[in-house]
Ligand binder design. Structure first.
Ligand code: PEP
Length: 246
């Protein structure tokens, strides 16, 4: 039985004050049946660690460097994220692939750097609207996941995979539970071919998940929780989504 995981991706939002209010709201709503985590912007991770002391809500980052350390101005290493108390690191979010030119191999290298320090990479895969309309969804997500499978090797089961159709992110358009399940089943099959632990791995869905559609998405056989953008910024909304993950 896989315990569901619900992760908030705050993206480039928040202030010290609004983060404190959000985390206080989430803490007041604990405990959840699912595992819950929030991925905050880098400058706020330290204050989030303090605000989450004694809580079961885990902390994550939204990106990391693929390098271990060195002359990489502006980059943040996984060792730093581990040092400060992060458990999760999102890698390969479509916004990073689209706006920062991240390739499948760079995403895989980042996932490897995360695993090397004992943290959990949340590896995002997903097709654009044009790719879906051209009938290329399966090919695209399999290619993205394949790079990670080959780079992580026997460590693959330590990763979480998030299927995030690009056309559903921040658009208010959600994949139907059946559309999402269809891709999750493909990804699960690909993982089964690579590791005997595929059935223990968690596959999250992300893309305009809200309180009112979360339960039907999370009820699908291969959907083990969600990666939540916009709806993770309000305690009441994120709490309702966590409560829908049973
Ligand atoms: C995301 O950014 O990972 C995401 C799923 O965003 P939203 O929930 O706002 O679509």
């Amino acid at each position: 039985m896989r315990r569901k995981l619900v992760v908030g991706n705050w993206k480039m939002h928040g202030t010290l004050a609004s983060n404190a209010e959000l985390l206080a709201g989430l803490r007041a709503a604990e405990p959840f049946v699912c595992e819950a985590a929030v991925c905050a912007p880098f400058p706020y991770l330290a204050s989030c660690v303090l605000a989450l002391q004694g809580s079961h809500i885990a902390l994550g980052a939204q990106d990391c460097s693929a390098h271990e350390q060195g002359a990489y101005t502006g980059e943040v290493s996984v060792a730093m994220l581990a040092d400060i108390g992060c458990r999760y690191v999102i890698v390969g979010h479509s916004e990073r692939r689209a706006y920062h030119g991240e390739t499948d191999q760079l995403v895989a290298d980042k996932a490897k750097a995360v695993v090397a320090k004992g943290l959990v990479p949340i590896v995002c895969v997903g097709e654009t609207l044009a790719e879906r309309e051209a009938g290329h969804t399966a090919e695209v997500v399999k290619r993205q996941l394949s790079a990670v499978i080959h780079t992580l090797g026997h460590c693959m089961p330590q990763a979480v995979v998030a299927y995030e159709p690009v056309w559903a992110i921040g658009t208010g358009k959600t994949a139907s539970p059946e559309q999402a399940q269809e891709v999750h089943a493909l990804l699960r099959a690909q993982l089964r071919a690579a590791t005997s632990h595929a059935d223990q791995m968690r596959l999250l869905y992300g893309g305009s998940v809200k309180a009112d559609n979360a339960a039907s998405l999370f009820a699908q056989a291969d959907i083990d929780g969600g990666l939540i953008g916009g709806a993770s910024l309000k305690a009441a909304d994120f709490t309702a989504i966590c409560r829908a993950a049973l």
